[in-house]
Ligand binder design. Structure first.
Ligand code: FES
Ligand SMILES: [Fe+2]
Length: 357
């Protein structure tokens, strides 16, 4: 039911997508004053910008006049944000600097208006938003520390070059994407034959933390199809951070996937690919271009294979034949942990509704 019901989708919008740090983009998109990007978490449009003093800011992308979307571009550079409807203008810090044609208005101050701020933070190369504001105590860094250490050992926060972004829309609930990425490698040998042939699946190990899971596998770096093996290298780390972030680090590649809900049975996956600087610097321009091209094709194949099963499960779950499934006790521990975390959020949401009714 939780994968197709619009009431659960709405409850998630009030809980999961508000009271957790939700990954939305990259720090390099907003590394200079005036740089910004926009996006949507469910039905909440946002702008992330770097203000004139290069301080990271985030706001609802909603004009306080009549509610128009203020910035329609996905990303860019700006000195200010001007609403295209009636020209109300906002600074990069969200302040309302020019409300137009308000002569004679009463009980209104520009200072009392402006773009509504959103809590924002970074972790590694990523930007996160929390719609419910800053938590009293932010334990995020602490909670993901073991994963951070594992990733940093291979290269994560620095020494990585952003190569490109790819987006996929899937006809499935967002949780099926996280479930699929959290099954402890269970599906690899069945769904990803090509990828599996470059991994030593007998070495697969899984670690489950409070808000993350980490799956580590040794790669078969020697022999075989060299470009494919080079892509995976000697070690692969596949991880999920609650609720919507998949961080995959293998060989010279870091691929980060942000998962966002578009509806109860539709999701968006935003892939950002990074390549290790030292690896890229050792290649000629042509070698590098070929390697990137081949790797992106391989990655696309893996995603197509995942899309097929995620969408297949969505269709199957919508049948009257399916009620509840079972967890495989060993490998699917991380899926179970994800569902427990989700249940905590949804229960808290239901309890707060009871109180306010
Ligand atoms: S809605 Fe933005 S200026 Fe009117
Ligand atoms: Fe997969």
């Amino acid at each position: 039911m939780g994968y197709k019901d619009s009431r659960i989708h709405d409850l998630e919008a009030r809980t999961v997508w508000r009271n957790n740090w939700v990954a939305v983009g990259r720090t390099d998109q907003v590394s200079t004053p005036g740089a910004f990007f926009t996006g949507t978490i469910g039905r909440e449009p946002f702008i992330v910008s770097s203000d004139k003093s290069n301080t990271l800011r985030a706001f609802y992308n909603v004009c306080c006049h009549h509610g128009n979307i203020v910035e329609f571009q996905d990303a860019g550079e700006a000195n200010q944000f001007v609403c295209c409807y009636h020209g109300w203008t906002y600074g990069l810090d969200g302040r309302l600097t020019k409300p137009t044609k308000l002569r004679g208005i009463k009980n209104f101050t520009a200072r009392g208006n402006g773009l509504k701020p959103i809590a924002v933070r970074t972790w590694g190369p990523l930007v996160f938003l929390r719609l419910d504001g800053y938590p009293d105590e932010d334990e995020y860094d602490q909670k993901v520390l073991p994963l951070m250490l594992e990733l940093e050992e291979m290269g994560f926060s620095s020494g990585m070059r952003h190569v490109c972004r790819r987006q996929y829309q899937l006809n499935c609930n967002w949780k099926l994407i996280v479930d699929n990425a959290s099954d402890g490698g269970y599906h690899l040998e069945y769904v990803h034959r090509d990828l599996s042939s470059n991994l030593d699946l007998s070495t697969f190990r899984t670690e489950v933390g409070d808000i993350y899971n980490m799956q580590v596998c040794i790669g078969k770096a020697d022999g075989g199809d060299s470009a494919k093996r080079q892509r995976i290298g000697t070690k692969a780390v596949y991880s999920c951070i609650y609720p919507n972030l998949l961080v995959n680090r293998y060989g010279p590649w870091l691929d980060i996937n942000i998962v966002l809900p578009l509806g109860p049975d539709r999701s968006l996956m935003i892939y950002d690919f990074y390549l290790k600087e030292t690896f890229a610097n050792e290649m000629s321009e042509t070698e590098l271009a070929n390697f990137i091209d081949q790797s992106l094709q391989d990655s696309d194949q893996v995603q197509q294979e995942d899309t097929r099963v995620c969408e297949g499960v969505q269709r199957g779950m919508e049948s009257t034949a399916f009620d509840v499934g079972r967890y495989a006790p060993g490998p699917e521990m991380p899926v179970h942990a994800f569902h427990l975390q989700l249940a905590r959020d949804l229960r808290a949401g239901l309890e707060s509704m009871d109180i306010s009714c």
